[in-house]
Write a protein that binds this ligand. Sequence first.
Ligand code: ARG
Length: 406
Amino acid sequence: MAEREKVVLAYSGGLDTSICIKWLMDEHNMDVIAVAGDVGQEHDGLEPIRQKALNTGAIESYVIDMREEFVNEYLTDAIRANALYENKYPLLSALSRPVISKHLVRIAHEHGAKYIAHGCTGKGNDQVRFETSVWLLDPSIKIIAPVREWPFKTRPEEIEWAAQHGIDVPVTNAKPYSIDDNLWGRAIECGVLEDPWNEPPEDIYTMTGSPEAAPDAPEYVEISFDKGIPCALDGQKMSYIDIIYKLNEIAGRNGYGRLDMIENRLVGVKSRECYEQPAALALITAHKALEDMCLEREVLHYKLGIEQKWAECVYYGQWFAPLKAALDGFIATTQDAVTGTVRVKFYKGTCTVVGRKSDYSLYDYALATYDKEDQFDHAASAGFIELFALPAKVCAQNRAAMKAAE
Ligand code: ARG
């Protein structure tokens, strides 16, 4: 008898990916290797997840701690790019899929597997990110997406099939939301949130307290960056990952970091998305403030456009594509000067920059002051404006003459 093909499955331990294991075994006649990544998500233990895959029928099951790699190879680029899709969303899911994909491909190679599978639906962005990332790392790999091919429409239908096939089904009624989370934040979708007029209920949030219930006194934090990468809090040197953990705590308890937005998915639908990304948003706010001070004006302005493209590119699953690397090339040339410290104030759901300092600061007191120390050459402005306005002024003169001749 021919040997069964092997498939490496991106596994979360949830109902969908558990059904995927059995589906791949029964419908595709394959041996399943389950891979779960620890990217800092909430969990009740990773060993039970690893074990659950084996109990469900996987021939091999891995839980891989990807946190350091996620922070030091992915969130580094993200902070330098001030990564915000549609100027709002710090891309938490979009950033984790490429690191997970990298491990899926590695393990596929180790086991000689030609197939990789995931549990994403046909309607979201994550399927695009997994498949594109996998193909850009190894174009010969074939993808299987069981959720796109199976007939179940509702969760009860899935539960029934799971029960019939001896899959361990969660006893409690599943949470009414679809959640994806990691160190960089949490995404919450579905349920009552699908009506964009409904205010998000308080119980969707776990990383942030409500701004209304936040402490009455403000909390100040000094965030330091070395070449664009966070390196210290309140003067104390810390690793980037520890800074993220710590800031999630501080910002979260002050009710900062919630987003409620309508977002344009790559697959064409607008969706209502709720996020909480306390550390991510605080770090981007601080990083931008330092750039305001340290980047030359034209570079700063041009970088805004690059950032927008970067975020779109990563949102679209193109982490390993050449455009992403090219944009990183531009960004890299800007970050040597982004070294310094920003003081932020957390207060009832806000994070306000209240101070910044850097050896690379381009802020020049003598040029900026309206006091007697002023060194700015006021007289030079007259000629400057004359030439700067010249093209538009010539145009205005012509149009006025044409109008007069009508
Ligand atoms: N809309 C966000 C994104 O596309 C979050 C996706 C969350 N994923 C999930 N499986 N619930 O990045």
